[in-house]
Design a protein around this ligand. Structure first.
Ligand code: SF4
Ligand code: SF4
Length: 366
């Protein structure tokens, strides 16, 4: 939100996966096969000849292939690469659900990039819908300089009427992927892709006028003929952004590879053993966030307590998985000095301390 208020819809035009895939892959392929937007319009209106069929089959075939690759990558992200590999290489009869998912996502991605396209940004994406409330007169957006451009009109030799720089060629409208006329002002549909800036700069070059009739600017900047300045407001927003990004980066960099939770078994307090010891039962959960198995060792810091596993010892945390186990903590009854003793358990992997977990031990004070 902070980013959008200050810098407009830069995310949509330059970083959103929908735009990145659309503009850098799918539209490039389309332009390569069918030519620029004018050639595409002609091809669309033309009768079905062998040439048209060849181009359409090639384009949609490539779109399907790429959608298939994206679908597989997307699934690998959700279910893990090993599971995906199993679906791809094992007997199909064992993975009908997985194969159906690959197929459904392939069709979905194909439809998004071949048919729905910018409707995703205009109608479906909630972030896009929020733009109206996030932008104000000072936000930097792709804007038409109406002060300089109006009154617009075609260039005519003997025309002496005062004219703005816009020659009304409508190129900016024709190249716009969402089909809007940016000269009507900032609109919800604009994804800041800057295609209209490039088109208009081309025209300005030809008619030898300064570039930037359509450019990144704020509404206030255009009204008051102000050049873009990195003013106090933008500096403040940028400072907030830098703090937020730094905190996020710090959290990511310092993220633990292993996360351990130790909880006393619910519904139980303590058990008195025949040998004079008191025990508490604990459940332990270990999340291994790495791609390799981690050898674990649990050690109670308090020397009066002893750890005893229930069933198999929890010695290995499987890669990318949650591993569960349980153990007892035991201590001689005479060592208990309070009803609730704070306990600290060290978790080590290959001799290195990776986590410290705090819990409590319940017991009767004698
Ligand atoms: S491309 Fe530039 S000159 Fe042509 S219509 Fe758009 S704003 Fe006017
Ligand atoms: S072409 Fe211009 S008006 Fe159209 S979406 Fe891109 S930046 Fe916005």
């Amino acid at each position: 939100m902070v980013f959008t208020v200050a810098f407009g819809r830069l995310w949509c035009g330059w970083a959103c996966p929908q735009t990145v895939f659309m503009e850098i892959i799918f539209r490039k392929i389309e332009n390569w096969i069918e030519g620029d937007y004018k050639a595409q319009k002609r091809l669309q209106a033309a009768a079905w000849t062998a040439e048209k069929i060849k181009k359409k089959v090639l384009k949609h075939g490539l779109f399907l292939l790429i959608a298939f690759a994206i679908s597989n990558t997307f699934l690998a992200y959700i279910i893990g690469k090993d599971e995906l590999l199993r679906i791809q290489t094992d007997d199909p009869a064992n993975h009908l659900g997985g194969l159906a998912a690959i197929l459904i996502f392939t069709v979905l991605f194909y439809l998004v990039f071949a048919k729905v396209r910018e409707m995703v940004c205009i109608v479906i994406c909630p972030y896009g819908r929020l733009q109206g409330v996030l932008l104000d007169k000072k936000s930097i957006v792709v804007a038409y300089d109406y002060v300089r451009g109006e009154p617009r009109g075609k260039l005519k030799k003997q025309d002496t009427a005062p004219k703005g720089d816009c020659v009304d060629c409508s190129l900016c409208v024709q190249v716009c992927p969402t089909g809007i006329d940016i000269r009507k002002g900032t609109q919800l549909e604009c994804i800041n892709c800057t295609a209209c800036i490039d088109a208009c700069d081309g025209v300005m070059n030809k008619i030898q006028k300064p570039l930037g009739l359509i450019r990144y600017a704020s509404q206030e900047g255009i009204e008051q003929h102000k050049k873009f300045r990195f003013d106090g407001r933008l500096q403040a927003y940028t400072a907030v952004l830098v703090v937020l990004i730094s905190v996020l980066s710090y959290l990511l960099i310092n993220r633990k590879d292993v996360e351990t939770t130790v909880l006393r078994a619910s519904g139980l307090t303590f058990q008195k053993q025949d040998n004079g010891q008191v025990s508490n039962l604990y459940t332990v959960e270990v999340i291994n966030k790495t791609f390799r198995p981690i050898e674990l060792n649990f050690k109670v810091k308090n020397p009066d307590f002893q750890l005893q596993y229930v069933g198999q010892a929890l010695k290995t945390a499987r890669p990318g998985e949650l591993t569960k186990g349980s153990f007892f903590l035991l201590t001689p009854a005479k060592k208990i000095t309070e009803n609730k003793t704070p306990i600290e358990i060290e978790v080590t992997a290959n001799g290195q301390l990776i986590d410290q977990v705090k819990t409590n031990f319940m017991g009767p004070v004698e």
